[in-house]
Design a binder for this molecule. Structure first.
Ligand code: FNR
Length: 184
């Protein structure tokens, strides 16, 4: 069965290692996986509950994010850590999904990547708290923090560290199982 995976990088940077890591992850996936990258974090308005109600004028950018999440069989988020937390642009996007619920019962893989030795583990922990309250399906082996990210990616975005590549394959298998479980 075809699997549509929406990827979302928490970094807006052109040379983002997190965006590149998602590219590397996609290259390791089986042939039935199709990846769609969501790159619209900077098009979203600042979350404001006044703009989110039934009477509010819908934002096209928010509608697009929600539609892409709804369409996906699973979501992979890869994020940097900023000052021990999740980048504001990523949290902003997630706040838009709280009321509409597109992540409810959706298999989600959560990754943090950092050049430092802890791999952005605090951002990952914080992201997992948010995803949990949003009732996303989070499977243990589909979450990981990746330390020393710069040594693990080639300039073309291939994951060149064997252990990390293996962890990515396991992550993809876990997502496949979670999607399958939802179907049955
Ligand atoms: C960082 N960085 C960082 N790294 C980390 O592991 N823990 C942290 O708390 C922070 N804090 C932080 C704040 C700000 C404002 C910046 C700009 C950076 C370093 C960060 O991990 C590094 O820049 C990554 O390369 C960012 O990911 P992308 O953009 O390469 O995907």
């Amino acid at each position: 069965n075809t699997r549509t995976i929406l990827t979302l990088s928490g970094s807006l940077r052109k040379q983002s290692s997190n965006s590149l890591f998602l590219h590397g992850l996609a290259a390791l996936a089986p042939g039935n996986f199709t990846f769609i990258n969501y790159a619209g974090l900077d098009t979203l308005p600042h979350f404001n509950p006044d703009l989110d109600g039934d009477d509010a004028i819908p934002s096209a950018a928010v509608a697009d994010l929600r539609a892409k999440l709804k369409h996906a069989d699973a979501v992979v988020i890869c994020t940097p850590e900023y000052a021990n937390g999740v980048p504001g642009v990523l949290k902003n996007a997630l706040d838009w999904i709280v009321s509409s619920g597109e992540l409810m019962n959706k298999p989600v893989a959560a990754i943090s990547a950092s050049p430092n030795p802890l791999g952005g583990d605090k951002a990952l922990a914080s992201l997992l708290l948010t995803l949990t309250i949003m009732s996303a399906v989070i499977v243990d082996s589909a979450t990981m923090s990746v330390p020393f990210i710069r040594s693990k990616l080639s300039t073309e975005g291939m994951i060149i560290d064997l252990q990390t590549a293996e962890a990515c394959r396991l992550l993809l298998q876990t997502l496949e199982q979670a999607i399958h479980t939802k179907e049955t």
